[in-house]
Every structure is written in C-alpha cells, then in structure tokens.
Design a binder for this molecule. Structure first.
Ligand SMILES: CC(C)(COP(=O)(O)OP(=O)(O)OC[C@H]1O[C@@H](n2cnc3c(N)ncnc32)[C@H](O)[C@@H]1OP(=O)(O)O)[C@@H](O)C(=O)NCCC(=O)NCCS
Length: 160
C-alpha cells in the first residue's frame, strides 16, 4: 500500500491525518487557497484535477484542511510524475508538513516506476523555490515564456 492506493492514510507532523483525496476535496481546497497564498490562485485548480487525478493527490486534515498536494503520474511520459499545486495552511507551516506530503508522493512515484518528479513555479515565489531546493529538487530558470507569452517559470526536477 502507498499514497496512490485508495483508502490509504497516515499520520503527519503534529498529528494531522494525511490521506489520498476524493473528488469532494476540490471544494475544500479552492475555498482556502486564495487566503493561503494571499492572492487569487483558485483558477490554477479547476475541478478536473480532483475528478480525474484524485487517486494520486493528498490532503492533510486536522480536521480542517491543513495541507494538500495535487499531482499525478504523467500518462504521456512514463518516467515522470508531476506536482501541479501544493500548499500548507499558514498555521501549519514550517512543521515539515509539505516535506512529508512530497515524501509520500515521491515514494508512490518511485513504487510506480517513475524516475523523475517535476514541478514549476513563478520566479516571484521565493518560498516555493526555497522549499523545493530544501527537499532536494534541482532548480533552473527563470525560463522566459515557459507557460506562454509573459509567463516565465522556475522549473524543479527531482531524479529518483
Ligand atoms: C511552500 C510551502 C508549501 C512550504 O510548506 P511547509 O509545510 O511550511 O514546508 P516544510 O515545513 O515542509 O519546510 C521544509 C523546508 O523547506 C524550506 N522552507 C519552507 N518554507 C520556507 C520559507 N518560507 N522560507 C525559506 N525556506 C522555507 C525550509 O528549508 C524547510 O525546512 P526547515 O523548516 O527545517 O528549515 C508553504 O509555505 C506554502 O503553502 N506556501 C504558499 C503556497 C505556495 O507557494 N505553494 C508553492 C508550491 S510548494
């Protein structure tokens, strides 16, 4: 059993309960993410991600939402897994919760035969860059126009 198997759960830092998501978690995430980021970001997570990828996404509950990781094994690139969106509630930050969510996702990706995990962020997101570097990702960028005109990105790569 690992985090990509339904009905899976484990204890995280501070006793939060980490489990694989269900489609119902979409609403819980979009209700809080603008506050957590301090700017509008809910558009980054259309419902399709939880409808079609909920078996490989994670949430942490305390019992309110404490953190989440939305990611999936690439259907087109068999070596790769991708983290699309991840966040931790302000009152749970620096407890190691994001590190644990990533650890569980990476472990599941490895078990699935994946050899690379990737993610991207905007060059202004210094917290995200510091976090990914801290958990072992190689950081490159800014890559000009990576996500289309005017949308530069930092790219994160973790080789398993
Ligand atoms: C980025 C984010 C997910 C980190 O979550 P977190 O649970 O606080 O991170 P962790 O406690 O697991 O931190 C692991 C390591 O990452 C680094 N790190 C995390 N937050 C950091 C920050 N604000 N500044 C510098 N380094 C940071 C540290 O090295 C930390 O280890 P340490 O606490 O032992 O020094 C969280 O700050 C967040 O949700 N931010 C807003 C949303 C966002 O930008 N998400 C981007 C996708 S990751």
């Amino acid at each position: 059993m690992n985090a990509w198997n339904g009905a899976w759960e484990s204890a995280g830092p501070g006793g939060v309960r980490i489990r694989t998501t269900t489609p119902r978690d979409h609403r819980r995430i979009v209700e809080v993410c603008d506050d957590w980021w301090g700017r509008p970001v809910a558009h980054i997570l259309p419902r399709l991600f939880l409808d079609h990828f909920h078996t490989t996404c994670l949430v942490a509950d305390d019992p309110h939402l404490a953190g989440f990781l939305v990611g999936f094994p690439s259907p087109s690139l068999p070596e790769e897994a991708y983290v699309h969106f991840a966040g931790v509630a302000p009152d749970h930050r620096r407890t190691g919760l994001a590190r644990e969510l990533y650890r569980l996702f990476v472990e599941a990706a490895r078990t699935d035969g994946r050899t690379v995990v990737r993610a991207v962020t905007s060059p202004a997101n210094e917290r995200s860059i510091a976090f990914h570097r801290s958990v072992g990702f190689t950081v490159t960028g800014p890559h000009a126009g990576y996500d289309g005109p005017g949308n530069d990105r930092m790219c994160f790569t973790l080789r398993l």
